[in-house]
Design a protein around this ligand. Structure first.
Ligand code: ATP
Length: 452
């Protein structure tokens, strides 16, 4: 390959200026030969002789020799456009950048130069941020990469991951990056909804459709018209409603409950679940056809314990959010302590720990010792659990009963103490209620059978 200096006979500046995003021209040896105005405004003026990996990463060698993927190296091999999500150093700190690398070939097909286009991805942050999803770990970057790819399309997205892993935040990011961003983002919490309730919530109803339907009520589909419909906990949609949902997705049409008038729906669908839908399909709890319809583009949000490198950033972002008027210092010992926690409630649980830490901290320093107080709640539960070796489900039910009594039925307070979301608490209470009802029913049936 030719690594000759920039051939000034060619008008590269007009090529670069015609690109609406920051762009640079590179030699095969990674030298930055030219840049457009947008690049200089966003990343500063490159110094003569500077190489892309020095500016973007502070490395002294190309990315692929420093353990990162290198789009230029990939482009040299494939001779085609390459695209990758990187975290770059910028005048604003570290940023997620969507990097596109294109080879410029001569008449013989030999690559002489590369054009690199760098688009900042603003839905996620690699620095402390109060609103956005934050993270720098490879697992988190992969999620950002996938969101960045799918968001501008209209494809359905299925977000998978444990409770509190950031599915709703990701759904919101998809909406914000989509062409529907100026319309509504409508959240439907599917857990705990019965089929009739679900149908009237989603489709709306007309006056007189059922007892209590005193007026026409538009459904959430109407609210989501032109925007994004986020079905949270899709795994909890009753089977009967799954058929209606499938029909809606196939035909794009629906009727309000009690109406004969056909309405057109126009929304982008994003669904989320912490359940294993394919397993549910196998045991007949979820329709196969609907599963395939929803599973167009699955994105799995990794649990916090699988990306300990992100914990410091998320914890510091949460502290900024929770104590906007005071700056807290999270010590290295505190970070190390947080990194060994299993965090079954993920970022939401981390948020509760931070909230408690603010309350327990005697100064603006939060160290490992302060944090020990914040895990006390669970330690007490663990001690109780050791007293009697019941199965986990029964133990959880007892715990929830005691907790609800302690909180006098205040679900928000109970959820905060348990370190889970109010929604998750509802789900757990509902699951235990159902299994209690079922076991009561089966006991009654057995008793009845025995009486005969
Ligand atoms: N990457 C992240 N950076 C910063 N905050 C995060 C991140 N992921 C999640 N959070 C925070 O954690 C909390 C839970 O996130 P979210 O509601 O998106 O999770 P979820 O997976 O939808 O939970 P559930 O399944 O219980 O509904 C929110 O306060 C959110 O702001």
């Amino acid at each position: 390959m030719n690594s000759s200096p920039l051939n000034t006979d060619l008008d590269f500046s007009s090529l670069l200026e015609s690109i609406e995003h920051p762009a640079i021209l590179l030699s095969p040896d990674y030298d930055i030969l030219a840049s457009n105005l947008s690049y200089r405004q966003s990343f500063g003026q490159p110094h003569p002789g500077e190489r892309c990996y020095q500016i973007s990463h502070g490395y002294d060698r190309p990315c692929d020799q420093a353990g990162e993927s290198c789009p230029l190296a990939a482009c040299k091999t494939s001779l085609e456009k390459e695209r990758v999500l990187h975290i770059h150093n910028t005048p604003r700190g570290k940023e997620h950048i969507d990097v596109e690398m294109m080879p410029l070939k001569d008449a013989n097909g030999e690559v002489l130069y590369f054009v690199e286009i760098l688009k900042p991805v603003n839905i996620a942050s690699a620095e402390i941020h109060r609103e956005r999803m934050v993270g720098r770990s490879p697992a988190f970057n992969r999620v950002v990469e996938l969101i960045n790819l799918v968001a501008p399309r209209d494809a359905s997205v299925l977000l998978l991951g444990e409770s509190g892993s950031g599915k709703e935040l990701a759904a919101n990011a998809i909406h914000e990056m989509s062409q529907r961003a100026d319309r509504n983002f409508v959240v439907v919490e599917c857990a705990g909804l019965t089929e009739p309730l679900f149908e009237s919530e989603l489709f709306g109803h007309v006056k007189g459709a059922f007892t209590g339907a005193t007026h026409n009520k538009p459904g959430l589909l109407e609210e989501a018209h032109g925007g994004t419909l986020f079905l949270d906990e899709i795994g909890d949609v009753p089977l009967g409603m799954q058929v209606k949902l499938l029909r809606l997705l196939e035909t794009g049409a629906y009727r309000a409950v009690g109406s004969t008038q056909l309405k057109r729906a126009d929304f982008r669908l994003v669904c989320a679940t912490h359940k294993d839908l394919s397993q549910m399909v196998e045991v007949g709890e979820f329709r196969k056809d609907l599963y395939y319809r929803l599973n167009t583009f699955p994105i799995t949000l990794p649990p916090l314990r699988e990306r300990p490198d992100d914990i410091a950033l998320i914890a510091r972002s949460l502290l900024e959010k929770l104590a906007a008027d005071r700056t807290y210092h999270l010590t290295d010992s505190a970070i190390k302590r947080l990194q060994v926690e299993p965090f079954p409630g993920n970022s939401r649980e981390l948020r509760n720990v931070m909230e408690r830490a603010i309350i327990f901290a005697r100064s603006n320093v939060i160290d490992a010792q302060v944090l020990e107080n914040c895990f006390d709640v669970r330690a007490t539960v663990a001690t109780v659990a050791e007293e009697e070796w019941l199965d986990l489900r029964t133990r959880e039910r007892h715990y929830l009963e005691q907790l609800m009594t302690h909180c006098s039925g205040d679900k928000e307070k109970a959820a905060a103490i348990a370190g889970i979301s109010v929604r998750s608490l509802y789900r757990k209470l509902e699951t235990h209620r159902k299994s209690t009802v079922m076991s009561a029913t089966s006991q009654a049936t057995t008793a009845k059978a025995a009486a005969y």
